[in-house]
Design a binder for this molecule. Structure first.
Ligand SMILES: Nc1ncnc2c1ncn2[C@@H]1O[C@H](COP(=O)(O)OP(=O)(O)OP(=O)(O)O)[C@@H](O)[C@H]1O
Ligand SMILES: [Mg+2]
Length: 231
């Protein structure tokens, strides 16, 4: 049985892979985690540098944490459909598994299709990652607004002190007033990411703690889901 969190972005460089890395790393305090991506970015953000071409079980950075499995989907050089690679990985992982999916929108329908038809996945939480600038908002709002019933995704945005637009502006444009998760975006945090030190700073750096606070609704949902499985 799995609970899935998909993080996606409609313009490059929104911090989606870093968000997936932070979430995956934190969820490992609670359960086995499968990190699904079309690149190595989220894995790279966790300081795991070596490219992995396929599902590789039991990558552990820290023995206190549950295993992290990693699946790269959507490679042009593999003929196996995304959904089947993903199914295989979920089946191979021990239950219960929390899956964190870091994929561009074009690759999500294949997964959504699988989610709809399987008993294996109980809950899917969709998160759209969008920074507060005109170009990001423009492409994100064009993609997510106007859909019947709203886009139904949680929004992760950032508190970026030097920018013209605020997190509140992002909420207004994406019609999620008061409901976005707002994480910090700062030069100090960028340095930690770019040095590959993220997992080693997550429980001590003020920005990292604020980042985890922002993701609290997702972490809480995972914990509640795991709790419900055991009672
Ligand atoms: N919260 C943050 N604060 C400061 N810098 C950040 C933050 N998140 C990400 N960055 C910086 O932005 C860069 C890009 O982040 P990331 O790879 O997560 O973006 P992305 O949305 O996944 O981009 P892509 O379009 O390549 O998928 C990182 O290498 C890091 O330098
Ligand atoms: Mg990315």
């Amino acid at each position: 049985m799995s609970q899935v969190f998909t993080l996606t972005h409609y313009k490059g460089g929104q911090g989606a892979s870093v968000a997936a890395a932070v979430l995956a790393h934190t969820l490992r305090n609670h359960a086995r985690v499968l990190l699904v991506s079309d690149t190595h970015d989220a894995l790279g953000a966790l300081g795991i540098a070596s490219p992995l071409d396929d599902f590789t079980p039991d990558i552990s950075l820290d023995s206190r944490l549950q295993p992290l499995d990693f699946l790269r989907v959507g490679d042009t050089d593999t003929s196996e459909p995304i959904a089947s690679q993903y199914t295989r990985a979920l089946l191979a992982a021990e239950v219960p598994t929390l899956a964190v999916v870091d994929l561009p929108p074009a690759l999500l329908p294949a997964l959504d299709d699988f989610h709809r038809h399987t008993q294996k996945v109980r809950d899917v939480t969709r998160v759209v990652v969008c920074r507060g600038d005109y170009l990001s908002l423009r492409s994100t709002s064009a993609a997510v607004t106007g859909l019947p019933g709203g886009h139904g995704a949680a929004v992760l945005t950032f508190d970026e002190p030097d920018r013209a637009l605020t997190a509140r502006d992002v909420e207004v444009v994406l019609r999620v007033e008061g409901r976005a998760m707002v994480a910090p975006w700062s030069p100090a945090f960028a340095r930690v990411i770019d040095a590959g030190m993220l997992p080693y700073r997550l429980d001590m750096m003020p920005e990292a703690l604020r980042y985890l606070d922002a993701l609290a609704p997702l972490i809480r949902s995972a914990r509640e889901w795991l709790h419900a499985l055991t009672v």
